[in-house]
Design a protein around this ligand. Structure first.
Ligand code: FAD
Length: 567
């Protein structure tokens, strides 16, 4: 890395003093800065990212035998589920973030934070190349290298544009806190611009046409927030232009919120229709210019151009370039995210772990394992198992692979499971036999769904906490290899594989109406779910400080409405 042969200058506030360090040719690990003999014996853990996965890992890590270094371009954790509320000022940006140094300061583990971006991972030499964050006063020009014994990659993902021309230049994304702040300013900007004299009505209409691309939870929640902001606050302040406002939601698929229960999808579509939000399904955006969005209709292939004033692009996530580069290095090409085993270790690298949106558990291996479990159970090689044997196999699979259990909701599987439940597992072999191949093909049909756990904060946070628990016990297990090593027999790993527990999901639809889909397919829609949403989100906030701020923001909005100053 040629630019690294430059002078490396690192500044760190360490023990209250400012420490400067310079090095010309070799690139020592950052920890070598003033670290004692004792510290050097500690295993060096480097965590990349301070989002849901990284922060949850840091919060749950409590074994002081690690020397932890955190690299992230953001020195805070952001509570992303409330980002849509920030776009319209229902909640202030600072209320949903917590400085990472606040989060780790009370821990017994020594944790150093570097506000920088990882630009390259060198797995062979166990080094991470970093560059100071663009926004700091170091101007993103300082580079340094951090050595690790264990690397935890939790860098999340970036917005996916599917290479659609003009999106990056003309659309807003809704991924980071800065995005939400920019959207808030831009919405108010549109209203002020449309209120200027000497504009034609046509032009005013265009400026006040807000287009949201992507009918997933983020696009839907933003549309609902914007609708409420416009109708509860802005129409009172901009009476001359209020009738010209329009919100359009474009979705390439057949329905919005298609990952939710059908009842929720139908309710959301009807509510948006009543609210005057124009939901256009089967509409794929093919190009965006500064004033027009071109869409291709799925039914007839017609291209239509829609004039717009502001567009928000929210069509899912893509891979960060640094992760793509690392995937090439380790031979993982043609993937959306880093493939890991069920213990979250990156395939083929024992000391690198990947969690959250940048990782995916490799399902091919899971399917191979499942086949092996079936083959082992099928002692007489007949291709069939008795109900009792089947029940045991399924219990074993579900225990190991929570994703499978999650997807047993699939209709075909439901029938099998119901059958198994009814039989209570004591039916004789002669009376009923189940076809292994049939079941395996049912499994592979849901393979594509099983492939990725959803890219949500819930998954990322659970993975972070799981990995920290493994790290907390790693030393103990190494010293005591005969301990409770459940999978040691098969030579795999000392810990239980990661097991995801789904607690349900919310879709706020505006007007104090929220749809909630809770475990067991329990669906609730309306104002009561909105109160559940308030309580759950308030309780999940990362600190009492942010909790107090968010609750006071909600109260302020109820009493005074949202603030429309463009600052
Ligand atoms: P992130 O939380 O994105 O964290 C990535 C971290 O890596 C960040 O700190 C980032 O600064 C850092 N980073 C980036 N590049 C580098 C680099 N080069 N080097 C070092 N560090 C780097 N999920 C839910 O479960 N429920 C919800 O209601 C919900 N609502 C959402 C609403 C919005 C608007 C958005 C955008 C997402 C929402 N999600 C929700 C999804 C959830 O936010 C993500 O799944 C979650 O953030 C993933 O966690 P992560 O730790 O993998 O990534």
């Amino acid at each position: 890395h040629s630019s690294l042969s430059r002078l490396v200058v690192l500044f760190t506030v360490s023990g209250g003093g400012l420490l400067a360090y310079s090095e010309s040719k070799s690139y020592p690990g950052v920890k070598s800065l003033g670290s004692s003999e004792d510290d050097n014996k500690k295993k060096r853990v480097v965590v990349l990212g301070t989002g849901w996965a990284g922060t949850s890992f840091l919060k749950s890590l409590n074994n002081s035998s690690y020397d932890v270094q955190v690299v992230s371009p953001r020195n805070y954790f952001a509570f992303t589920p409330l980002l849509p509320s920030v776009t319209c000022g229902s909640v202030e940006a600072r209320s949903i973030v917590e400085p990472i140094r606040n989060i780790v300061k009370k821990k017994n583990v020594e944790i150093h934070f570097w506000e920088a971006e990882c630009i390259k991972i060198d797995a062979e030499n166990k080094k991470v190349y970093c560059k100071s964050s663009q926004d700091t006063n170091l101007n993103g020009e300082e580079e340094f290298v951090v050595d690790y014994d264990y690397l935890v990659i939790a860098m999340g993902a970036r917005a996916n544009t599917f290479n659609t021309p003009g999106v990056v230049e003309n659309c807003h994304f809704l991924k980071e806190v800065e995005d939400a702040q920019r959207i808030r300013r831009s919405v108010i900007d549109c209203f002020e611009r449309a209120s200027l004299p000497n504009l034609t009505d046509e032009e005013r209409k265009r400026i006040l046409h807000f287009v949201v691309v992507g009918g997933g939870p983020t696009g839907v929640e933003f549309s609902a927030e914007l609708h409420d902001f416009v109708n509860e606050d802005l129409v009172k302040l901009y009476p001359t232009v209020k009738d010209l406002v329009k919100i359009t939601l474009l979705e390439a698929g057949d329905h919005i919120l298609n990952m939710f229960d059908k009842r929720i999808t139908a309710f959301a579509e009807e509510k948006f229709q009543r609210d005057g939000i124009d939901v256009k399904t089967g509409s794929m955006v093919v190009k965006v210019s500064d004033k027009e969005i071109s869409t291709k209709e799925r039914g007839n292939g017609n291209i239509t151009s829609i004039p717009y004033g502001m567009a928000v692009w929210s069509t899912g996530i893509g891979t960060r370039p640094v992760i793509m580069d690392f995937m090439k290095q380790i031979g993982q090409t043609n993937r959306r995210a880093l493939a890991t085993d069920e213990w979250l270790r990156v395939e083929g690298s024992d000391s690198i772990y990947a969690l959250g949106d940048c990782a995916t558990i490799n399902q091919r291996k899971v399917m191979e394992d499942i086949s092996a479990i079936f083959s082992k159970a099928d002692k007489d090689n007949s291709g069939t198992l008795t109900v009792k044997e089947f029940q045991e196999v399924i219990d074993d699979i579900c225990e190991r692979y929570p994703q499978v259990e999650l997807h047993l909701k699939n209709k075909q599987m439901h029938d099998i499971v119901d059958l198994l439940k009814d039989s209570k597992g004591d039916v004789a072999k002669e009376s009923i036999e189940l076809d292994i191949e049939g079941f395996k093909s049912a499994l592979s049909q849901v393979d594509s769904q099983m492939k990725n756990l959803p890219a949500t904060a819930q998954v990322a946070a659970q993975q972070g906490a799981y990995l920290a628990r493994c790290f907390n016990r790693m030393e103990e297990c190494e010293q005591n290899p005969e301990g409770p090593l459940r999978f040691r027999g098969s030579g795999r790993h000392r810990f239980h594989p990661f097991r995801y527990k789904h607690f349900g999901q919310f879709a706020p639809l505006g007007g104090e109406q929220t749809a909630a889909q809770l475990p067991g397919d329990w669906v609730s829609i309306g104002q009561s779910s909105q109160w559940l949403w308030y309580s759950v989100y308030a309780s999940k906030l990362v600190s009492w400080r942010t909790r107090a701020l968010v609750i006071s923001d909600w109260t302020r909005r109820f009493v005074f409405g949202r603030d429309s100053s463009r600052i």
